[in-house]
Design a protein around this ligand. Structure first.
Ligand SMILES: Cc1cc2nc3c(=O)[nH]c(=O)nc-3n(C[C@H](O)[C@H](O)[C@H](O)COP(=O)(O)OP(=O)(O)OC[C@H]3O[C@@H](n4cnc5c(N)ncnc54)[C@H](O)[C@@H]3O)c2cc1C
Length: 403
């Protein structure tokens, strides 16, 4: 029993200070709502610590607008690499060479790029800096969400340090094993592929021309996403999916062997690849919560949905959740967290999220294909699907979050 028991109140408690929780806190804080945001693990804001996040995130247009309104984009703009073209390469023939290449150019549907790519550790640094500017946001690192009791009119949140927070809305942005989701009694369905991703950055001789490329062969996609030049050399972030044991083997290979393996798996599209910095392994799953709401409680981001990193859907879907939630809150601030607001959020977001999780799951299964006959079918599928103009346009607009 804690002797020192602080009692505070706020409009919103956000559990989770990952990229999702930090964005959420900045967005609601900038809109004038008072926010307490908690995370037991203080955010790592450099790229040299053992637990730095070496993933990168490609933000689509809708996400960029949301971050601009939250006062974050200004701080990110200078570090972002634009993505003008999304390229899909099938290299699933007997030899690891490109045999089908399909390009989507953002200029077909917009005068802006598809998206902008940024390192996750840098996102955390700039988002934490933004929260410090907002006197509406009380960010408490080192403290977690422990439990909650809810009533029709409000929620009472217990934090791990004994603090109690009275609020109108609890937002669970606390990741795939969400404590908020469990406290709300919401189940989630998880699909395991036996896959992991090895994540790293490479420099290469050939310029990337702001093209993001997914190379399919077997085991999952190998994706190169543009980064700003490093030491005067073109640079890309890579996500390489494979079965779990293979990813761990690759992560631990001596550097020159790793460079060789990565270059071969890239089908040589940029010439020899040279890894820079650390390699990191991430588990790959799909997961979707049965519901995204409970009394006085909404789930966002990985607390609600997890997808394999294909088509940069993950965090963009997460910001989509927040865009919807914030719109509803601004429309009727007095109704923050009430049954009507949450029912609308559930209706607008859940089926959309389920659909996208299914779509990414299907793409991932097609990409895992090891048997030559199935790989040949996939190449034909890519050829057929992406050649039909309306389908291409629909896929591109989905990527942009335009629908
Ligand atoms: C290899 C890879 C590449 C990716 N690339 C992209 C991309 O290009 N574009 C894209 O949109 N998405 C991408 N994603 C997905 C994206 O990285 C994730 O969606 C995002 O990082 C998840 O953020 P999150 O904040 O929901 O979860 P997390 O980062 O897991 O954050 C959850 C936070 O909650 C905290 N927490 C845990 N328990 C509690 C508690 N009890 N109370 C309070 N806080 C708690 C944790 O400490 C953690 O900080 C990628 C994913 C992977 C694996």
């Amino acid at each position: 029993m804690s002797i020192h028991m602080e009692r505070i109140s706020a409009d919103i408690v956000i559990a989770g200070g990952g990229v999702a929780g930090l964005s959420c806190a900045a967005a609601f804080g900038a809109a004038g709502f008072s926010v307490v945001c908690v995370d037991p693990a203080p955010p790592v804001t450099d790229n040299t610590s053992a637990d730095s996040d070496h993933r990168t995130t490609a933000f689509f247009q809708g996400s960029r607008n949301f971050l601009a309104d939250a006062g974050i984009w200004d701080k990110l703009d200078a570090h972002a690499a634009p993505l003008q073209v999304m390229r899909i390469v099938d290299a699933g023939g007997v030899d690891p060479e490109p045999r089908v290449i399909k390009d989507f150019n953002a200029s077909d549907i917009s005068d802006l790029p598809f998206g902008w790519n940024l390192p996750n550790w840098l996102l955390r640094r700039e988002m934490v800096a933004r929260l410090a500017e907002l006197d509406t946001v009380d960010f408490r690192a080192g403290v977690g969400f422990k439990s909650m009791t809810t009533r029709e009119a409000e929620a009472l949140v217990m934090l791990t340090d004994g603090t109690q927070v009275r609020c109108k809305l609890v937002i669970g942005a606390d990741g795939r094993n969400s404590a908020v989701r469990q406290a709300a009694g919401i189940d989630a369905k998880t699909t395991r592929y036996g896959q992991k991703a090895v994540v790293f950055a490479v420099t290469h001789e050939a310029p990337h021309y702001n093209v993001s490329t997914e190379v399919h062969r077997s085991g999952g996609p190998f994706t190169l996403v543009p980064l700003p030049d490093q030491d005067g050399k073109p640079c890309s972030a890579v996500v390489w999916m494979e079965n779990g044991a293979e990813v761990l083997r690759l992560r631990d290979l001596p550097e020159d062997e790793f460079n060789k393996a990565a270059t071969e798996r890239s089908a040589g599209i940029y010439g020899p690849l040279q890894v820079v910095g650390k390699r990191q392994a991430w588990p790959i799953i799909s997961q979707v919560a049965d519901r995204m709401t409970a009394q006085r409680c909404a789930l966002v981001a990985e607390a609600a949905h997890v997808v394999p990193p294909i088509g940069a859907q993950g965090l963009n879907m997460s910001l989509g959740d927040m865009i919807c939630l914030l719109d509803l809150a601004k429309e009727r601030p007095d109704g923050l967290g009430d049954a009507q607001m949450l029912a609308t959020y559930e209706r607008r977001r859940h089926s959309e999220v389920v659909l996208r999780v299914k779509g990414v799951d299907a793409l991932n299964r097609a990409s895992i294909a090891g048997a030559q006959s199935i790989r040949d079918l996939r190449a034909k599928g890519i050829e057929a699907l992406y050649s039909v103009a309306p389908v291409r346009k629909a896929l591109m607009e989905m990527g942009l979050g335009a629908r």
